[in-house]
Write a protein that binds this ligand. Structure first.
Ligand code: UD1
Length: 430
């Protein structure tokens, strides 16, 4: 497994361009399964999860073309396989997003129960219950979810999610666009990835209103066709680079981003002593304020509140802030695995249930650390950038799942970071 070697202490300076949003591109790729024509997606980030998602589409029988690494042209007119295999699903939870489109268009689907980041149990019961609301029969057979529409086509229905779920909302939206009649989804997720997916589906011919609000109305249509769509900028990558500027005491121009999608992150970073200037609608200028970083409590909540996907990076930043603050995680259990690694680097963090109390500022010291999930890896990279000495981060395949060319992007800003490729020996390859 590859590792990152970081020699900390360099302040980052310069301009970085944000990639397309992984969490938008994943459902949009899955949505191409709904089209009888060809769908072209631009600004798809070149990250491992998207390569896996494309492989899944190919496995199901879709034809894929990638004229360049950020453009995917998918034709799913000849789907003959309705099963997503465990080998693909185990590496990426988002493969579960194939369920909605397959069920919606073909009335049948079989997908292994998903893997992905080890952050709590992460069930998909809410997805399955919503499919049942649309008339599907759902069963679990030897680790696979098997779903079918008994009449061949799903039937529109009103439903309410008991808990906000992002991929659950996306999955049921994709299932409902070809259902017979009207569906209403209440307590839908409002994350920007939802209206982005809805925009694509509408371009394909779907009738959707209210995406981006808690109530989404969908009128089923008979068929969906060609479309061309640009994926929105990745709000979590944007937030991660904003923290990188602040934690290293540098100054970054963050381009190709959507400041309007990270209002809660910008507000929180400002509270914590980060200067953020909106140069224009797609560019932020970020640096630490002259007064320094100050501890500021945060609680993760569904959008538009502070995202759980920025919690680990914010914790790294708070190790460098004066004072004590509480970071409360309300979305996922067991999402503090980065804390023990930050403690190994000298951070003062106490965990009580879903609350982490961070006291700072401390001088972090480089150490060998282990990445446990995607955003935890980002927090360790950030900690390594400001720590004294060398930090070796193991299991960086997690970060490769979601951050495009992160070594190159950080290196161009002045970071001393390199990827150490795994040496394959007879014993390690066995
Ligand atoms: C998505 C994002 C992930 C982000 C998360 C929360 C993608 C590919 N991933 O994950 O990066 O951290 O939203 O913003 O977009 N839950 C259930 N039953 C379900 C579904 C969810 O109990 O059927 C629970 C989860 O365990 C969790 C909460 O609901 O506690 C929210 O999860 P959800 O919004 O579904 O997260 P994902 O869509 O998996």
């Amino acid at each position: 497994m590859d590792k990152f070697l970081i020699k900390g202490g360099n302040a980052l300076h310069g301009r970085v361009a944000i990639s397309g949003a992984k969490n938008s591109a994943l459902p949009c790729l899955a949505a191409t399964l709904l089209s009888s024509g060809t769908v072209t997606l631009h600004n798809v980030p070149y990250v491992r999860d998207l390569i896996t998602q494309r492989r899944l589409l190919e496995d199901l029988g879709a034809q894929t073309l990638t004229p360049d690494v950020h453009t995917h042209r998918i034709t799913a007119s000849n789907i003959e396989n309705f099963e997503a295999p465990y080998e693909l699903v185990k590496t990426m939870r988002a493969s579960v997003l194939a369920l909605g489109p397959l069920l919606g268009r073909f009335g049948k689907a079989k997908v292994s129960l998903p893997g992905g980041c080890a952050i709590g149990t992460r069930p998909i019961d809410l997805h399955l219950r919503a499919f049942e609301e649309l008339g599907a029969e759902v069963s679990l057979e030897s680790g696979d979810v098997v779903a079918r529409a008994p009449r061949g086509r799903l039937v529109g229905s009103e439903m309410e999610f008991e808990k906000v779920t992002v991929t659950g909302t996306e999955n049921v939206m994709m299932a409902a666009v070809l259902a017979e009649g009207r569906s209403v989804i209440r307590n839908a997720a409002c994350e920007p990835e939802i209206p982005d997916l809805a925009d694509l589906l509408i371009k394909m011919g779907a009738k959707i209103e209210g995406a981006g609000t808690p109530n989404i109305t969908i009128d089923g249509v008979e068929e969906l066709g060609d479309a061309e769509h640009w994926i929105i900028a990745d709000r979590i990558e944007t937030g991660t680079f904003a923290v990188a500027a602040a934690i290293t005491g540098g100054e970054l121009e963050i381009a190709n981003c959507r400041p309007d999608h990270i209002g809660a992150v910008i507000d929180k970073l400002r509270d914590a002593g980060v200067e953020i200037e909106e140069e224009d609608k797609t560019t932020l200028r970020v640096k630490r304020s002259s007064g320094g970083l100050k501890a500021s409590d945060v609680t993760t909540e569904p959008y538009p509140e502070f995202p759980t996907d920025m919690q680990a990076q914010y914790m790294a930043l708070m190790t460098q802030a004066e004072g004590t603050c509480d970071i409360t995680e309300t979305i996922f259990e067991n999402r503090f695995m980065h804390a023990s690694e930050l403690i190994r680097m000298g951070a003062s963090i106490e965990i009580h249930g879903n609350k982490a109390t961070v006291s700072g500022a401390v001088k972090l010291k480089g150490a060998p650390v282990l990445a446990s999930d995607l955003r935890a890896s980002a927090s360790l990279v950030l900690a390594g950038l400001c720590a004294g000495g060398e930090t070796m981060i193991d299991r960086v395949y997690h970060i490769d799942r979601g951050y495009e060319t992160i070594v190159r992007k950080l290196g161009a800003l002045g970071a001393n970071i390199e990827r150490i490729k795994e040496q394959i020996t007879e014993s390690s390859s066995a």
